[in-house]
Design a protein around this ligand. Structure first.
Ligand SMILES: [Zn+2]
Length: 390
């Protein structure tokens, strides 16, 4: 029967080792893989490392490691990493080395290391179902907690989006809304309830969200969203979830988000039909690429005039929350360049390609300077100088 020493010797015969000095020279080109246990990792790790404890390596390597990049594996002293290198080679990774002396020697030699941000025991419990997903994990959850999402509207779309984003642990949720809660809102705006009728919507939203998840900092903007404040409000947010229901605001949000390069998750609803897409500035089309001009007013009734089945915004707003989370985590394919159309009566989803418009006046290569201006019902900027009266 082979002893531990025999196994280690055999492993080291099959794999390559790298000295910490040579590993540091490859810090930016290679994936550093930390295969120690959670408590060891929490006390200090190499910046930018992927953390997969040795026991989870086989299960998580496929989804969390990039096969096209070289992998430098380390543990505390260079033994577990030797076994881990053997495992990765068996899984078909071709450029894998184990760091001799491990993190202990790396640290003693004065090479860069950090104490990683870690979740508390309560957070590990709360977000346990996220942590089980290799695509999210502790690193992804940390990203969510550090992320900032701005919701335009605490109404039909904003309600489910805000609830799911708060539940997911998005650390900062900004909410722009200047309405008060009305009994007629409660058919679909599930952030609010009977006790809140007459209350500012942003205050009602904040109460609901902070009682759902104390990790979330809710920032409220009880103002009219306009050309004078849009750039200040959206500044510093990672994603905008647009739940507004009128064309002028959508054009305003579009132009401001292009200037600040913040992706917008768009959603809209009408009767039994909903749409969602992502406008990722200069990556995919923008709102003006998709809808260069607003439809005539008589064909575009506002939400106030049109009926809507209450569940519909729940579905579309949830899709918006999902897209926002994917953008933050950088996982999957977002709806950038695709319009998702949902028909509740048919119970069908269809996607349509939306291309960037090379002639787009906002994001096209020949677009002029973006001017943030108020739009009238035709969504044309108001003239800076009043037209001469006839
Ligand atoms: Zn465009």
């Amino acid at each position: 029967m082979a002893s531990y020493r025999d196994l280690l010797r055999q492993a080291k015969e099959h794999i390559s080792e790298i000295e910490p000095a040579d590993a540091e020279a490859r810090l930016h080109e290679a994936t550093f893989l930390d295969v120690r246990e959670q408590d060891e990792h929490d006390q200090g790790t190499i910046p930018g490392s992927v953390f997969i404890p040795r026991g989870h390596l086989e299960a998580q390597a496929e989804t969390r490691l990039d096969r096209t990049k070289p992998v430098i594996i380390y543990c505390a002293a260079g033994n577990r990493s030797a076994f881990a290198a053997e495992t990765l080679s068996a899984l078909g990774f071709t450029d894998v080395v184990s760091m001799a002396g491990g993190f202990g020697r790396w640290k003693n030699e004065g090479r860069p290391w950090i104490t990683p941000q870690t979740l508390t025991a309560e957070q590990r419990d709360r977000y346990g179902r996220h942590l089980l997903l290799p695509e999210v994990g502790e690193e992804g959850q940390q990203k969510l907690l550090e992320s900032r999402v701005l919701l335009l509207g605490a109404g039909g779309l904003g309600s489910p989006a805000a609830l799911y984003l708060a539940a997911a642990g998005v650390g900062t949720l900004g909410i722009v809304d200047m309405d008060v809660v009305d009994a007629s809102n409660l058919q679909r705006q599930i952030l609010h309830n009977m006790d809140r009728i007459g209350e500012r919507k942003v205050d009602s939203a904040k109460k609901t969200l902070t009682s759902l998840n104390p990790d979330v900092d809710v920032v409220t903007y009880d103002v009219r969203f306009g050309a004078d404040n849009v750039l200040d409000i959206i500044d510093g947010y990672d994603v905008i979830v647009d739940g507004t229901d009128n064309f002028p605001t959508r054009y305003l949000v579009n132009d401001a988000s292009l200037l600040k390069r913040i992706p917008v998750v768009h959603g809209s609803i009408f009767r039994f039909e909903g749409q969602a897409t992502v406008f990722h500035p200069y990556v995919g089309p923008c709102y003006r690429c998709m809808i260069p001009e607003p439809p005539p007013a008589e064909l575009a009734p506002s939400c106030a005039e049109a009926g809507v089945l209450g569940v519909l915004p729940g579905i579309v707003g949830s899709i918006q929350a999902m897209e926002a989370i994917k953008l933050i985590l950088g996982i999957g394919d977002t709806l950038a360049g695709r319009l998702l159309a949902y028909d509740a009566l048919e119970e069908s989803f269809r996607t349509f390609k939306v291309m960037r418009d090379p002639e787009c006046p906002a994001c096209g290569p020949n677009a002029g300077e973006i001017v943030i201006a108020e739009y009238d019902e035709y969504c044309m900027p108001h003239p800076k100088v009043a037209p001469a009266s006839a």
